[in-house]
Structures are given as structure tokens and as C-alpha cells.
Design a protein around this ligand. Structure first.
Ligand code: ZN
Length: 175
């Protein structure tokens, strides 16, 4: 056990480790952990492609696990660490499960609902608000995503090029 208290960075590193597991299986690298009393009680990574489930986001899977572990749908006193800003669905689940605090790494300009497109976590019309800390290890979280998409684009380009080559040679043979 560490003597000094764990910091947000320590737990974000664990979320990043989860994200790496996603990347290893070809998923968009997003990872999440849920911490209670300075201990990780649930961890998960994005599994949308592998499971072909639109709801298999890291945060939702982690929330589900945390509810099982604690035996309660109320995640009072829990902090959720996630490498990318939560989407509308996950932000909704965070509010509904009463997660106390959310710490995220990179912002999501295309889907972020914890402050970027809107802020579902801090809307007083709901009966629960979560405290938010943004930009924790943002650089690491963001670059993991951008390099994943860069590699994906290169792969697709290469595939297209190869397909074209096969097509060209087969049409040559036909002449
Ligand atoms: Zn989500």
C-alpha cells in the first residue's frame, strides 16, 4: 500500500490501462474505472465493436460492475475516471446512478455531454449533479485516440489501394 493518498492521475493511469486493453482488440481506446474509498471497485473498457452493442461503452460497463460489487444502484461516494468525456448515454447513467464525481481526460467535440456539447452532469433540473474535473492526463488520453484513428485511416487507405490493385490485375487478365 502507498502511504501518500492516491491522486487523480494515479486512477486515470488505471483508466488508461483499460483503454489500452480496448486498443489491443481493435476497439476505440476508451477506459474507465470507478473508485470508492480510495480503491478501484470496477474497471472496464469500450467493447462496442466486439460485442456489437451500442451501449457497451466503458463507463456503462464500469457502472454496471460497480452496482454489482456494491450491491446497490446508488453509487454514492464513487468517482468515475474515464479517458474521454462521457457521451449523452453515459452522462445519463452517471446522473441516474448518483456517481458523486467524474474525472475525465480528453474532451469530445463530437459527443461530449459533460461540458463540451452540453452539460448533463451539472444541470440543476435533474435531481443529482456530479462534480466534474476535466483534462486530467488529457495529453495521454487524447493522443491515444488520435493515433488509433490515424492508424485506422492508414489501414483503410492501404486496403483500398490493395483492392484497386487486385481489380486492375484482374481486369488486365481479362483483356
Ligand atoms: Zn458513452
Amino acid at each position: 500500500m502507498k502511504d501518500t493518498p492516491y491522486s487523480d492521475c494515479d486512477f486515470m493511469k488505471e483508466a488508461i490501462e483499460e483503454a489500452k486493453k480496448a486498443e489491443e482488440i481493435g476497439e476505440v481506446p476508451i477506459g474507465a474505472v470507478i473508485v470508492k474509498d480510495n480503491k478501484v471497485i470496477a474497471s472496464a473498457y469500450n467493447l462496442r465493436e466486439s460485442e456489437q452493442r451500442s451501449v457497451a461503452h466503458a463507463e456503462l460497463l464500469a457502472i454496471d460492475e460497480a452496482c454489482k460489487v456494491t450491491g446497490s444502484w446508488r453509487l454514492t461516494g464513487c468517482t468515475l475516471y474515464v479517458t474521454l468525456e462521457p457521451c449523452a448515454m453515459c452522462s445519463g447513467a452517471i446522473v441516474l446512478s448518483r456517481v458523486e464525481r467524474v474525472v475525465y481526460g480528453a474532451s469530445d467535440p463530437k459527443g461530449g455531454c459533460a461540458g463540451t456539447l452540453m452539460n448533463l452532469l451539472d444541470d440543476e433540473r435533474f435531481n443529482h449533479q456530479a462534480e466534474i474535473s476535466r483534462g486530467v492526463m488529457e495529453e495521454e488520453c487524447g493522443s491515444m485516440l488520435s493515433s488509433f484513428f490515424r492508424t485506422l485511416r492508414e489501414k483503410r487507405k492501404e486496403e483500398k489501394r490493395r483492392k484497386k490493385e487486385t481489380f486492375d490485375t484482374s481486369s488486365d487478365e481479362m483483356l
